[in-house]
Design a binder for this molecule. Sequence first.
Ligand SMILES: [Zn+2]
Ligand SMILES: [Zn+2]
Length: 310
Amino acid sequence: MVHVRSKPLSFLLFISKILVIFLPPIGIVVAMVLMWGGLFRWTDLLLFVALYLATGFGITVGFHRYFTHRSFKANPFVAWLLGILGSMAIEGPLDWWVATHRRHHRHSDHDLDPHSPHAGRMPGWMGFFKAFLHAHVGWSFRNDCTNTEIRRFAPDLLKDPVSVRISRLFPLWAIAGLLLPAAAGWAMEPGWRGALLGFLWGGLVRVFMVHHTTWSVNSACHLWGTRDHETEDQSRNNILFGFLALGEGWHNNHHAFPSSARHGLKWWQFDASWIVIRVLCLFGLVSDLKTPRGSSRRESVAESWPDASV
Ligand SMILES: [Zn+2]
Ligand SMILES: [Zn+2]
Protein backbone atom coordinates (compact mmCIF):
# COMPACT_ATOMS: atom_id res chain seq x y z
CA MET A 1 0.00 0.00 0.00
CA VAL A 2 1.45 3.37 -0.97
CA HIS A 3 0.43 6.99 -0.74
CA VAL A 4 1.19 9.66 -3.30
CA ARG A 5 3.33 12.69 -2.53
CA SER A 6 2.99 16.10 -4.23
CA LYS A 7 5.54 16.87 -6.95
CA PRO A 8 7.45 19.67 -5.11
CA LEU A 9 7.71 17.48 -1.98
CA SER A 10 8.93 14.52 -4.04
CA PHE A 11 11.56 16.74 -5.68
CA LEU A 12 12.72 18.07 -2.29
CA LEU A 13 12.95 14.52 -0.95
CA PHE A 14 14.91 13.46 -4.01
CA ILE A 15 17.43 16.30 -3.53
CA SER A 16 17.80 15.56 0.19
CA LYS A 17 18.40 11.87 -0.59
CA ILE A 18 21.11 12.79 -3.08
CA LEU A 19 22.78 14.99 -0.44
CA VAL A 20 22.45 12.40 2.34
CA ILE A 21 23.82 9.59 0.18
CA PHE A 22 26.56 11.40 -1.76
CA LEU A 23 27.88 13.96 0.77
CA PRO A 24 29.36 11.38 3.20
CA PRO A 25 31.58 9.68 0.54
CA ILE A 26 32.77 13.15 -0.55
CA GLY A 27 33.52 13.81 3.13
CA ILE A 28 35.65 10.65 3.29
CA VAL A 29 37.70 11.74 0.26
CA VAL A 30 38.25 15.23 1.74
CA ALA A 31 39.20 13.71 5.14
CA MET A 32 41.73 11.38 3.45
CA VAL A 33 43.27 14.17 1.38
CA LEU A 34 43.61 16.34 4.50
CA MET A 35 45.11 13.42 6.44
CA TRP A 36 47.61 12.90 3.61
CA GLY A 37 48.58 16.56 4.08
CA GLY A 38 49.07 16.00 7.83
CA LEU A 39 45.73 17.46 8.96
CA PHE A 40 44.55 14.80 11.40
CA ARG A 41 44.22 14.53 15.18
CA TRP A 42 43.75 11.33 17.20
CA THR A 43 40.85 13.06 18.94
CA ASP A 44 39.04 13.07 15.56
CA LEU A 45 39.25 9.29 15.50
CA LEU A 46 37.87 9.19 19.05
CA LEU A 47 35.03 11.48 17.98
CA PHE A 48 34.34 9.19 15.03
CA VAL A 49 34.22 6.05 17.21
CA ALA A 50 32.12 7.69 19.94
CA LEU A 51 29.52 8.99 17.49
CA TYR A 52 29.57 5.77 15.42
CA LEU A 53 28.65 3.84 18.56
CA ALA A 54 26.15 6.41 19.88
CA THR A 55 24.19 6.83 16.64
CA GLY A 56 24.71 3.18 15.64
CA PHE A 57 23.11 2.02 18.90
CA GLY A 58 20.42 4.65 18.29
CA ILE A 59 19.54 2.66 15.16
CA THR A 60 20.05 -0.90 16.45
CA VAL A 61 18.83 -0.63 20.04
CA GLY A 62 16.46 2.31 19.43
CA PHE A 63 14.90 2.37 15.95
CA HIS A 64 15.13 -1.38 15.41
CA ARG A 65 14.84 -3.39 18.60
CA TYR A 66 12.78 -0.88 20.64
CA PHE A 67 10.56 1.13 18.27
CA THR A 68 10.12 -1.44 15.47
CA HIS A 69 9.94 -4.73 17.37
CA ARG A 70 9.15 -3.56 20.93
CA SER A 71 11.56 -6.17 22.22
CA PHE A 72 11.85 -4.42 25.60
CA LYS A 73 10.19 -1.62 27.56
CA ALA A 74 11.97 1.67 28.09
CA ASN A 75 11.30 4.69 30.29
CA PRO A 76 10.44 7.89 28.39
CA PHE A 77 13.91 9.40 28.88
CA VAL A 78 15.59 6.36 27.30
CA ALA A 79 12.99 6.27 24.49
CA TRP A 80 13.69 9.94 23.68
CA LEU A 81 17.45 9.45 23.83
CA LEU A 82 17.40 6.37 21.58
CA GLY A 83 15.04 8.09 19.14
CA ILE A 84 17.21 11.20 18.89
CA LEU A 85 20.48 9.25 18.55
CA GLY A 86 18.93 7.04 15.85
CA SER A 87 17.70 10.14 14.00
CA MET A 88 21.25 11.57 14.12
CA ALA A 89 22.33 8.61 11.95
CA ILE A 90 20.33 10.38 9.19
CA GLU A 91 18.55 7.30 7.84
CA GLY A 92 15.13 8.98 7.67
CA PRO A 93 12.41 9.90 10.18
CA LEU A 94 11.68 7.34 12.91
CA ASP A 95 8.07 6.51 11.88
CA TRP A 96 9.06 6.01 8.22
CA TRP A 97 12.08 3.86 9.18
CA VAL A 98 9.93 1.63 11.40
CA ALA A 99 7.16 1.25 8.77
CA THR A 100 9.69 0.40 6.05
CA HIS A 101 11.43 -2.18 8.22
CA ARG A 102 8.15 -3.84 9.28
CA ARG A 103 7.20 -4.03 5.60
CA HIS A 104 10.53 -5.79 5.01
CA HIS A 105 9.63 -8.39 7.66
CA ARG A 106 6.09 -8.77 6.32
CA HIS A 107 7.21 -9.39 2.72
CA SER A 108 10.82 -10.58 3.17
CA ASP A 109 12.40 -11.43 -0.18
CA HIS A 110 9.06 -11.29 -1.98
CA ASP A 111 7.77 -8.69 -4.42
CA LEU A 112 6.61 -6.11 -1.85
CA ASP A 113 9.85 -6.24 0.16
CA PRO A 114 11.28 -2.70 -0.20
CA HIS A 115 14.90 -3.87 -0.33
CA SER A 116 15.34 -7.51 -1.28
CA PRO A 117 18.40 -8.68 -3.26
CA HIS A 118 16.32 -11.66 -4.46
CA ALA A 119 12.82 -10.50 -5.48
CA GLY A 120 12.66 -9.78 -9.20
CA ARG A 121 16.36 -10.61 -9.71
CA MET A 122 17.47 -11.04 -13.33
CA PRO A 123 19.79 -13.94 -14.25
CA GLY A 124 23.56 -13.65 -14.58
CA TRP A 125 26.23 -11.55 -12.90
CA MET A 126 24.72 -8.30 -14.09
CA GLY A 127 21.39 -9.30 -12.57
CA PHE A 128 23.13 -10.14 -9.30
CA PHE A 129 25.04 -6.85 -9.25
CA LYS A 130 21.88 -4.83 -9.95
CA ALA A 131 19.92 -6.71 -7.27
CA PHE A 132 22.70 -6.13 -4.72
CA LEU A 133 22.83 -2.42 -5.54
CA HIS A 134 19.05 -2.17 -5.29
CA ALA A 135 18.97 -3.89 -1.86
CA HIS A 136 21.90 -1.81 -0.59
CA VAL A 137 20.90 1.71 -1.60
CA GLY A 138 19.10 1.81 -4.96
CA TRP A 139 15.69 1.17 -3.37
CA SER A 140 15.91 4.62 -1.70
CA PHE A 141 15.30 6.16 -5.12
CA ARG A 142 12.26 4.06 -6.03
CA ASN A 143 8.90 5.48 -4.98
CA ASP A 144 7.26 2.06 -4.77
CA CYS A 145 9.93 1.06 -2.22
CA THR A 146 9.96 4.23 -0.13
CA ASN A 147 6.25 5.18 -0.07
CA THR A 148 5.41 2.73 2.70
CA GLU A 149 2.17 3.72 4.41
CA ILE A 150 3.01 4.60 8.02
CA ARG A 151 -0.64 4.35 9.12
CA ARG A 152 -0.72 0.74 8.00
CA PHE A 153 2.66 -0.51 9.21
CA ALA A 154 3.28 1.67 12.27
CA PRO A 155 -0.09 2.72 13.73
CA ASP A 156 1.29 2.34 17.27
CA LEU A 157 3.95 4.98 16.58
CA LEU A 158 1.33 7.47 15.38
CA LYS A 159 -0.45 7.10 18.73
CA ASP A 160 2.72 7.55 20.78
CA PRO A 161 3.50 11.25 21.48
CA VAL A 162 7.22 10.50 21.94
CA SER A 163 7.69 8.88 18.53
CA VAL A 164 5.44 11.47 16.82
CA ARG A 165 7.58 14.35 18.13
CA ILE A 166 10.87 12.60 17.39
CA SER A 167 9.71 11.88 13.82
CA ARG A 168 8.46 15.44 13.18
CA LEU A 169 11.70 16.96 14.42
CA PHE A 170 13.85 14.70 12.23
CA PRO A 171 15.50 17.59 10.25
CA LEU A 172 16.59 19.13 13.56
CA TRP A 173 18.24 15.90 14.81
CA ALA A 174 19.87 15.32 11.42
CA ILE A 175 21.45 18.79 11.37
CA ALA A 176 22.46 18.41 15.03
CA GLY A 177 24.19 15.14 14.07
CA LEU A 178 26.52 17.16 11.83
CA LEU A 179 26.85 20.37 13.85
CA LEU A 180 27.60 18.73 17.22
CA PRO A 181 30.81 17.03 16.03
CA ALA A 182 31.84 20.32 14.38
CA ALA A 183 31.30 22.07 17.72
CA ALA A 184 33.25 19.32 19.52
CA GLY A 185 36.08 19.73 16.99
CA TRP A 186 36.07 23.47 17.60
CA ALA A 187 36.16 22.90 21.38
CA MET A 188 39.22 20.64 20.99
CA GLU A 189 41.00 23.14 18.75
CA PRO A 190 39.36 26.57 18.53
CA GLY A 191 39.15 27.79 14.94
CA TRP A 192 37.83 26.69 11.54
CA ARG A 193 40.38 23.86 11.24
CA GLY A 194 39.18 22.14 14.42
CA ALA A 195 35.52 22.58 13.42
CA LEU A 196 36.17 21.22 9.91
CA LEU A 197 37.97 18.10 11.18
CA GLY A 198 35.24 17.45 13.76
CA PHE A 199 32.56 17.88 11.07
CA LEU A 200 34.37 15.52 8.70
CA TRP A 201 35.25 12.69 11.12
CA GLY A 202 32.40 12.85 13.64
CA GLY A 203 29.92 13.93 10.95
CA LEU A 204 30.34 12.79 7.34
CA VAL A 205 32.79 9.88 7.77
CA ARG A 206 30.74 8.53 10.68
CA VAL A 207 27.42 8.88 8.77
CA PHE A 208 29.00 7.02 5.82
CA MET A 209 30.03 4.11 8.04
CA VAL A 210 26.70 3.89 9.91
CA HIS A 211 24.78 4.04 6.61
CA HIS A 212 26.78 1.30 4.91
CA THR A 213 26.73 -1.10 7.87
CA THR A 214 22.94 -0.65 8.20
CA TRP A 215 22.44 -1.06 4.45
CA SER A 216 24.65 -4.17 4.47
CA VAL A 217 22.17 -5.83 6.82
CA ASN A 218 19.58 -5.39 4.04
CA SER A 219 21.90 -6.48 1.23
CA ALA A 220 24.81 -8.69 2.42
CA CYS A 221 22.88 -10.32 5.26
CA HIS A 222 20.29 -11.64 2.77
CA LEU A 223 23.06 -13.04 0.54
CA TRP A 224 26.09 -14.30 2.48
CA GLY A 225 26.36 -16.23 5.72
CA THR A 226 24.87 -19.23 7.47
CA ARG A 227 21.26 -20.15 8.07
CA ASP A 228 20.67 -21.61 11.53
CA HIS A 229 16.88 -21.38 11.15
CA GLU A 230 14.58 -22.41 8.33
CA THR A 231 12.92 -19.05 7.73
CA GLU A 232 10.75 -18.24 4.70
CA ASP A 233 13.25 -15.63 3.48
CA GLN A 234 16.92 -15.66 2.53
CA SER A 235 18.25 -14.03 5.72
CA ARG A 236 21.76 -15.02 6.82
CA ASN A 237 23.91 -14.88 9.95
CA ASN A 238 26.91 -12.90 8.77
CA ILE A 239 29.88 -12.76 11.14
CA LEU A 240 31.43 -9.58 9.66
CA PHE A 241 28.25 -7.56 10.13
CA GLY A 242 27.59 -9.31 13.42
CA PHE A 243 30.51 -7.20 14.63
CA LEU A 244 30.39 -4.09 12.43
CA ALA A 245 26.62 -3.60 12.66
CA LEU A 246 26.68 -3.99 16.44
CA GLY A 247 24.91 -7.37 16.51
CA GLU A 248 22.46 -6.82 13.65
CA GLY A 249 24.39 -9.14 11.33
CA TRP A 250 22.91 -12.19 13.09
CA HIS A 251 20.07 -11.56 10.73
CA ASN A 252 18.80 -15.11 10.24
CA ASN A 253 18.35 -15.35 14.02
CA HIS A 254 16.49 -12.06 13.88
CA HIS A 255 14.11 -13.16 11.12
CA ALA A 256 13.42 -16.36 13.07
CA PHE A 257 12.72 -14.43 16.29
CA PRO A 258 11.87 -10.83 15.27
CA SER A 259 10.79 -9.65 18.71
CA SER A 260 13.87 -10.94 20.54
CA ALA A 261 16.00 -8.19 22.09
CA ARG A 262 18.96 -10.52 21.63
CA HIS A 263 20.15 -11.31 18.08
CA GLY A 264 23.42 -13.15 18.77
CA LEU A 265 21.95 -16.36 20.17
CA LYS A 266 25.11 -18.51 20.45
CA TRP A 267 27.83 -17.63 22.95
CA TRP A 268 30.29 -16.68 20.20
CA GLN A 269 27.80 -14.53 18.27
CA PHE A 270 28.94 -11.18 19.67
CA ASP A 271 25.99 -8.83 19.96
CA ALA A 272 27.07 -5.38 21.17
CA SER A 273 23.49 -4.05 21.14
CA TRP A 274 22.34 -6.85 23.44
CA ILE A 275 25.13 -5.90 25.88
CA VAL A 276 23.91 -2.28 25.84
CA ILE A 277 20.33 -3.42 26.49
CA ARG A 278 21.49 -5.63 29.39
CA VAL A 279 23.46 -2.75 30.93
CA LEU A 280 20.45 -0.40 30.59
CA CYS A 281 18.37 -3.13 32.27
CA LEU A 282 20.89 -3.42 35.14
CA PHE A 283 20.40 0.30 35.83
CA GLY A 284 16.60 -0.10 35.71
CA LEU A 285 16.29 2.06 32.59
CA VAL A 286 14.70 -0.67 30.44
CA SER A 287 12.75 -3.81 31.40
CA ASP A 288 10.79 -6.81 30.09
CA LEU A 289 13.48 -7.96 27.68
CA LYS A 290 12.10 -10.52 25.23
CA THR A 291 14.31 -13.45 24.23
CA PRO A 292 13.56 -16.71 22.43
CA ARG A 293 14.94 -18.73 25.34
CA GLY A 294 12.79 -21.79 25.87
CA SER A 295 10.94 -21.20 22.64
CA SER A 296 11.44 -23.92 20.07
CA ARG A 297 9.16 -22.47 17.43
CA ARG A 298 9.67 -19.46 15.23
CA GLU A 299 7.49 -16.40 15.70
CA SER A 300 5.07 -15.30 13.07
CA VAL A 301 5.64 -11.79 11.74
CA ALA A 302 2.32 -10.62 13.20
CA GLU A 303 3.61 -11.41 16.68
CA SER A 304 6.58 -9.14 16.32
CA TRP A 305 4.90 -5.78 16.77
CA PRO A 306 1.76 -4.40 18.35
CA ASP A 307 -1.33 -3.41 16.34
CA ALA A 308 -0.21 -5.67 13.53
CA SER A 309 -2.88 -4.98 10.93
CA VAL A 310 -0.75 -6.03 7.99
ZN1 LIG B 1 16.03 -8.96 6.64
ZN1 LIG C 1 13.78 -6.34 12.26
